[in-house]
Design a protein around this ligand. Structure first.
Ligand SMILES: Nc1ncnc2c1ncn2[C@@H]1O[C@H](COP(=O)(O)OP(=O)(O)OP(=O)(O)O)[C@@H](O)[C@H]1O
Length: 346
């Protein structure tokens, strides 16, 4: 459906998109995520034709889009800067793209009715946009983007301004809706929870390049680098020397899975792999702050001469703050990361 080939956009000396290659297959939901300034919006704008490129190509259904203006690319756009028209009612907003395509009145009305049902706002045609809640406005924006049956739907922070519980609900609804319609989607979001819940594939960006691409499960289980691991919120990352099934680290010897890359590398230990026991058993740590997370507790552990460790504990196994404990590691929860020789904070 969509193919980016060496797509490059420069602002002065800086490449906001640095020779990016990306394929989005039909009926796929791809989420691009990454820190602020990593080039996510630039990528979306380049695909839409809103941002001229300094190099490379964008192909849609095999057609090079060079010189094709935004309204002729057959895209549905739901961008932050494409807000609803506040002085028109819901129906007129949803009908906007259809009118632009010269669709007749009866067909437009039928399609608007169908779309409003689809997004869970049946019969809302005559309601004023200003009188809708944030979540309802988001649904209207989605209906408007979907109305002309776009080849590719592009979403920029689709649920950005909504509160967490509404976002969590809508993200499930969106995924179901896109799967039912067979829509191909390219979405950009800051929120990794949202990206992982919505996407078939996630693309993590860093400094205008793709740092990792894969299914949500792949990326979560096997981050490609210390950068991706930290971006996903894993803090237990440390330089290591791997020999066989053991890694020498500031936390002592940590077991690693069979077949792990050997030599100098960064090591990730998931909090679930940090096992707390008696003080004489393993790495001695003092228990720091504990954070309640619903079905488990995250505990900060302070070893004497090594970086802080984060552990995940069952509610009833949580040690007291200030207690001295011993820590062992579970090989199944450790990952030897690629990108050896780079500073682990990078
Ligand atoms: N019009 C512009 N002029 C100059 N520099 C720009 C312009 N647009 C983007 N940039 C720069 O390009 C880089 C990538 O920006 P972009 O907006 O694509 O990042 P992003 O990942 O979408 O960030 P955010 O999550 O904050 O929206 C940044 O360094 C940004 O400052």
């Amino acid at each position: 459906m969509l193919s980016l080939q060496a797509a490059t956009v420069r602002f002065g000396e800086r490449a906001a998109l640095d020779a990016v290659d990306l394929e989005v297959d039909d009926h796929r939901i791809v989420c691009v995520l990454g820190p602020s300034g990593s080039g996510k919006s630039t990528l979306l704008r380049a695909v839409a034709g809103l941002q001229p490129m300094d190099g490379g190509r964008v192909l849609l259904a095999g057609q090079d889009q060079a010189g094709v203006p935004v309204h002729r690319r057959g895209l549905g756009l739901m961008f932050q800067d494409h807000q609803l028209f506040p002085h028109r009612d819901v129906g007129a907003n949803v009908a906007f793209g259809l009118r632009m395509h010269g669709t007749g009145r009866a067909e437009t009305n039928a399609r608007v009715r169908e779309l409003l049902e689809l997004v869970g706002l049946p019969g809302a045609e005559r309601r004023a946009v200003a009188a809708l809640s944030g979540g309802e406005q988001q649904r209207v924006a989605l209906a408007r983007a979907l109305a002309p049956r776009p080849k590719l739907l592009m979403l920029d922070e689709p649920l950005g301004q909504l509160d967490r519980s509404l976002r969590e609900r809508l993200v499930v609804e969106l995924r179901t809706l896109f799967q039912e319609l067979g829509t191909t989607v390219l979405a950009v979001t800051h929120d990794q929870g949202e990206a992982f819940a919505l996407a078939d594939r996630v693309v993590v960006m860093r400094d205008g390049r793709i740092a990792q691409e894969g299914t949500p499960l792949d990326v979560w289980q096997r981050p490609a680098s210390a950068f991706v691991a930290r971006f996903l919120g894993f803090d237990n990352v440390t330089p290591a020397t791997v020999t066989g099934q053991a890694a020498a680290t500031a936390w002592g010897k940590v077991p690693v899975p069979e077949g792990s890359p050997q030599g100098e590398a960064d090591l990730l230990v998931r909090p679930a792999g940090v096992r707390i026991g008696a003080p004489e058993d393993g790495l001695r740590c003092t228990v720091g702050v504990r954070t309640f997370r619903g079905n488990h507790v995250t505990v900060r552990l302070l070893p004497e001469n090594a970086p802080v460790l984060e552990a995940e504990c069952a509610l009833r196994d949580t040690p007291d703050e200030g207690a001295v404990v011993g820590v062992r590691f579970d090989a199944a929860e450790t990952v030897v990361l690629a990108g050896a020789g780079k500073p682990s904070g990078a």
